[in-house]
Structures are given as C-alpha cells and as structure tokens.
Design a binder for this molecule. Structure first.
Ligand SMILES: C[S@@+](CC[C@H](N)C(=O)[O-])C[C@H]1O[C@@H](n2cnc3c(N)ncnc32)[C@H](O)[C@@H]1O
Length: 174
C-alpha cells in the first residue's frame, strides 16, 4: 500500500511529458465543467494507453535485439520519473535502450543483461568500449523477422506480374 507520506517521495515530472490534447482544445471548445468556464487545455498528461511506433529496421536506433523498445517510450518514462544526475536502473537491459536514453538525458544508469551478445550491443551503444574480449565490436544489422515491408511486397508483385513503376505491363521484356 502507498501511504500519503511515501507517495510524496516519488518523482513525477508531469510537465516534462505533456502531449497534445486533441479533443476540446482542437475544436476550440469551452470547458463548462470548471468555474469560471475556460477554453480546454491544449496539453495534457498522457493517459493510460501510450502509442509509439515500433523500432523499424531502417531507423538509426535499430539494434539486433528481438524485443527492443523505442527510445521515445523510454524518454517519456525517464523524463517523468527521474531528474538529471539520478541513477536509472534497468535489470533486464536488452539492447540497453534505457541506458542509451538515460545518458542522452543527463542521467546516470545501470543496465544488466544475462546474454553476452546483448551486453555487447549495450556497451557499444553507450560508446563505453570499442573492443570486447579483444574483438572489435561492430553494429550488426539483421532483420528480426522475415516479414516483408509493404514496399517489398509491391516490388515483388511488380516483378511477378512484370509491371513497370506505373503498374503497366512492361513491354520491353515481353
Ligand atoms: C524484454 S528484453 C529487454 C529489452 C530492452 N528494453 C530493449 O529495449 O532492448 C529482456 C532482457 O532481459 C534479459 N534477461 C532475462 N532474464 C534475465 C536475468 N535473470 N538477468 C538479467 N537479464 C535477464 C534477456 O536477455 C533480455 O535481453
């Protein structure tokens, strides 16, 4: 149970993570639930459901880890719940997204991972070392799934049907 006294020790920097409030403000409505009535706020604290794009292969932040989290997600969590120079701990670091973002935001951090391959990704990502066990650490970019992008599907179907970029039958080869 969280008592009132304990609760006051939590860090919650709500002002650092405000998002656009679409309803009401966008339609320039007046909020009559408050006294005196005033225009709806244009910013709000994010609700219970957060939407972030997954990390895609072509993105700079992409790492070779099967469940890598988006930096934008960690940024919101770290900004809201810590201050500069605080220590952020992630005991299941994976590709060390938490530490990478913590570093960028001026926090100190500790990330731990059981798997040496992920640990290697992490120390490279944080630019802590260039070598591990006397081997140079290089960024390995490999797709996590064999699923094709929409663009790849379009290219494939053009090739199968022998169509040009405009969807016409390619006459040069027919
Ligand atoms: C969900 S992933 C974390 C992904 C991470 N947030 C990222 O953005 O890449 C969980 C990680 O915890 C690691 N792990 C699982 N059990 C562990 C343990 N007992 N101690 C340390 N790491 C562990 C796994 O190797 C895996 O990389």
């Amino acid at each position: 149970m969280v008592t009132k006294a304990l609760k006051s020790e939590y860090t919650f920097n709500h002002e650092k993570i405000m998002v656009e409030a679409k309803t009401g403000a966008k339609r320039k409505l007046i909020d009559y639930r408050v006294t005196p009535p005033r225009p709806y706020n244009t910013k709000k604290v994010p609700g219970n459901v957060w939407n972030f794009n997954r990390v895609r292969f072509k993105m700079e932040e992409y790492e070779n880890h099967p469940t890598q989290k988006p930096e934008a997600l960690l940024e919101r969590i770290i900004l809201a719940s810590s201050n500069e120079n605080d220590i952020v701990l992630d005991p299941f670091g994976g590709s060390f997204t938490t530490s990478a973002v913590a570093q960028r935001l001026g926090r100190r951090s500790i990330s731990i991972d059981l798997n040496p391959e992920f640990f290697k990704i992490g120390i490279r990502r944080l630019q802590l070392v260039k070598e591990y066990n006397r081997e140079k650490i290089v960024k390995i970019k490999k797709r996590k799934t064999n699923n094709k992008s929409r663009k790849d599907h379009i290219i494939d179907s053009r090739n199968i049907l022998n169509l040009d970029n405009w969807g016409r039958v390619n006459e040069k080869t027919n």
